[in-house]
Design a protein around this ligand. Sequence first.
Ligand code: SF4
Length: 323
Amino acid sequence: MNAPAKDLHARSDWTRAEIADLFALPFPELMFRAATVHRTHFDPSQVQISQLLSIKTGGCPEDCGYCTQSVHNKTGLKATKLMEVEAVVAEARAAKATGVSRFCMGAAWRNPKEKDLDQVCAMVEGVKALGMETCVTLGMLTSDQATRLKEAGLDYYNHNLDTSPEYYRHVITTRTYQDRLDTLEAVRDAGINVCCGGIVGMGENLEDRVGLIHALATLPVHPESVPINLLVGTGTPAAETSPKLPNLEFVRTIAVARITMPKSMVRLSAGREDMSDEAQALCFMAGANSIFYGPKLLTTPNPVADTDRALFAKLGITPMPLD
Ligand code: SF4
C-alpha cells in the first residue's frame, strides 16, 4: 500500500443527504470512519509531497474573489512574465533533492495561448526527465491543448471546482461552473490524471461544503488528487468579508472527502501556515495524505520544508515514495 491507488473505481452516486449526514456525525465517529477508510487504501503513516512553483504570477483577467493574482483584486501583487524553461527545471531539480516527488507549475491565466503552451510543454518535458511527476495549472483548456500536454508527458492537471454550484456565483463571474467541468472532461479524456478540489472558509455555509464534496465525489471518475484549501488570499474580497472557518470544520471537510473519495489523494493545501501542529495532525488522522512543501503556494505563505520535516518526525510520518 505504498503508492497511491491507480484504480479509482469507487461509487460516484453519493447523494447530498448522505454527505450531509457524514458532516453531521459526532466528531469522534467521523474521524473513526475516515481513518478506517484511509487504512483500507493507503498506509496512514505516509504522506505524498508536492512542490508548487508560480511560473507566471499575477495579472490574471479572471475575477476569482479569493485570488491575489486577479487584476480585479487590488492586492498590490506585481505581475511577472512566464519563466524560462531552464529556470523552472533548476527549481524542480532543487525540489527533488529535498524529497519532493511531484513538481507542480502554476500560471495565472484564463487559458494558455498557443505560444505559451509550447513553453510549458518544454518545462513538463524537462521536469519529467528528472524522474519527477509533473502537474500544471493553467486555467481552462481545450481538448487539443490537453492532448499536447499529455504528449509532453504531463501526469496531472489541476483545475478546481472551488465551491458548491450554488455558492459559485458569489465567488467568480468570469467563467461558469460548466466551463470548469468541461476542462476537467478534456483533461480526463486526454488521459491526464485530474487534480481537483476546492476552497473552504470563503463565507459559504455548511450546505455549500456539502455541495462541493458532492460535486467532486459524483464526478464520473474521482480526481486522483483532491486539494482542500482553507482560504488565505490576504487583501482579496473573499478574505476581507469571510469569517474564519473553525479548524474543526476544516478537519470535518477533509474527513468527508476521504470517506466519499476513498482512493484519491486528499491534499492538505493552502492554510497550513496558520494551523497548529495539532490541527494538521487531525487532518492527517482524518485522511489527508498529501501536502505541498515550500515557503509559498503560488503567492500564499506555506510552512518551510524544515518545519514540515520536524512535524513529520513528531508524528512518525514519512514521505510517500513514487509509484
Ligand atoms: S484563481 Fe486562477 S483563474 Fe482565478 S484569478 Fe487566480 S490565477 Fe486567475
